[in-house]
Design a protein around this ligand. Structure first.
Ligand code: AMP
Ligand code: ZN
Length: 113
């Protein structure tokens, strides 16, 4: 998609710190981390938000969660972690390309949501 920040990152037109990539998924470190590990897990197909997930694109969502399990192991998050999706204006979504925040590396308690 033209003018989509995460499509540009996936294409390599904007630099990122990549932690994982496969046919369906691109994952990179959040530029403004809220915890020691903060990775954005992004489908390579431009899906605007969780509300746009349907049977035509849900494979990409499944692949994101397969990637999350792999990245969590690679990042040493054996004690647990949090996966967050912000959807739409009220959900606080700022980049309109579906993404999952993988957050961990500390006891998150209930303070970071
Ligand atoms: P959200 O508010 O759920 O849409 O999350 C967007 C996230 O993208 C925020 O946590 C930002 O810190 C992060 N972000 C924005 N621009 C970049 C970038 N160029 N590289 C990495 N992360 C970014
Ligand atoms: Zn996009």
């Amino acid at each position: 998609m033209d003018n989509c920040l995460f499509c540009k990152i996936i294409a390599g037109d904007i630099p990122s710190t990549k932690v994982y990539e496969d046919e369906y998924v691109f994952a990179f470190r959040d530029i403004n981390p809220v915890a020691p590990v903060h990775v954005l897990v992004v489908p390579k197909q431009h899906i605007p938000c969780a509300d746009a997930v349907d049977s035509s694109n849900s494979l990409y969502v499944a692949k994101c969660f397969e990637a999350i399990a792999k990245i969590a192991k690679a990042e040493g998050l054996e004690n647990g972690y949090r996966v967050i999706n912000n959807c739409g204006e009220d959900g606080g979504q700022t980049v309109m390309h579906l993404h999952f925040h993988l957050i961990g590396g500390t006891d998150l308690g209930i303070a970071i949501r």
